[in-house]
Design a protein around this ligand. Structure first.
Ligand code: XMP
Length: 318
């Protein structure tokens, strides 16, 4: 019978046997899979594991610093790399969703490759790939595995992709990953986090991306997500977030006419992201959240709630 404890024991041994005293590099995303993979590898090989956590500037508000601190608190050998400006530059003027994904993926590969080159004698690349990533042609979990695939079609491989691969979670499902994480003592809050796309807020800002739009969406998203937690709704939702729409609409503030941004809130129930239903959030919650957003976030004067299911709508708007 499969148990998280026996999985940990067997996997730690298998990792030790496989990589010996070789150095391993791993990209952390802040998500469940890469975190559990890192903690398992850390247990197996300790300081020979070099983790890199890249800030693409498209993470949630304060996420980079908070998660980096959390990783350090867990004893991981992790380097935080703030490459926000590099991603913003790469995205300047791009409106097409797939071009944005490519630009973000390519920037990630460049940054990661630069960092991997600073480490000497690395032999292995570890990834938090889980079984559904293996069977699906496109990883929905982002991170290196998703970007590698799209880059692969483009041409020459960066050096870090020539490393030998170690994927300790390759044979297990998300719920098992969470149970393994719990056995390893990872904070339940981290293990219960909603999925978040690799391109981050980049595919939730419709149209071109600017630092100001990222700031606005981070504020909106934080109010929404913190509200879900305060109202004990967070764990009933599979994934939630906000989209910044490329339309302005008319409003009033005092006796002034405003012409500002509109945001769409989205919260869905799902088991695997392949199909999803919008969540019937309480009206009182939506009312309070909408007021908070419009009162507190400068530049937004209208909030709508997305009541579309997947299919035919997708979870993300891009
Ligand atoms: P959709 O929007 O296709 O999303 O219903 C299904 C799940 O996949 C996530 N998603 C992505 N994750 N890179 C990722 O790493 C991407 O480009 C990407 N696009 C969508 C989405 O957040 C949802 O969990």
């Amino acid at each position: 019978d499969w148990t998280p404890d026996s999985f940990v024991e067997e996997t730690v041994e298998a990792i030790q046997e496989k990589v010996g005293d070789g150095k391993v590099v791993l990209g952390l995303s802040g998500g469940v899979d890469s975190t559990v993979a890192a903690v398992l590898l850390n247990k197996a090989i300790g300081k020979n594991l070099y983790c890199i956590f890249v800030n693409n500037g498209l993470l949630r508000k304060n996420e980079f610093q908070n998660v980096l601190d959390q990783y350090k608190g867990m004893g991981l050998n992790v380097k935080g790399v703030d490459a926000s400006q590099r991603f913003l530059d790469a995205l300047a003027g791009i409106e097409d969703p797939e071009k944005k994904r490519k630009a973000i993926g390519n920037a990630f590969i460049e940054v990661f490759d630069d960092e991997a080159h600073k480490l000497e004698d690395v032999k292995w690349l570890a990834q938090g790939t889980i079984y559904p990533d293996v069977i699906e042609s496109v990883s929905v979990n982002g991170g290196p595995s998703a970007t590698i695939k799209s880059h692969h079609n483009v041409g020459g491989l960066p050096d870090f992709m020539k490393l030998k691969i170690v994927e300790p979670l390759r044979a297990i499902f998300k719920d098992e990953v969470r149970r393994v994480g719990a056995t390893l003592g990872i904070d339940p809050e981290l293990l219960g986090r909603h999925p978040f796309p690799g391109p981050g807020l980049g595919i939730r800002i419709l149209g071109d991306i600017t630092a100001e739009k990222v700031r606005i969406l981070q504020e909106v998203d934080a109010i929404f997500i913190n509200g879900l937690k305060e109202w004990n709704l967070y764990d009933n939702v599979w994934q939630a977030g906000a989209m910044l729409l490329p339309v302005n609409s008319v409003g009033v503030m005092g006796d002034e006419r405003t012409y500002e941004k509109c945001v769409a809130l989205r919260a869905v129930e799902s088991t695997d992201g392949m199909t999803a239903d919008w969540v019937n959030l309480p009206y009182e919650f939506l009312q309070k959240t909408s007021n908070d957003i419009i009162n507190k976030v400068k530049g937004v004067n209208r909030v709508v709630y997305d009541i579309s299911s997947k299919p035919p709508a997708t979870i993300e708007w891009e």
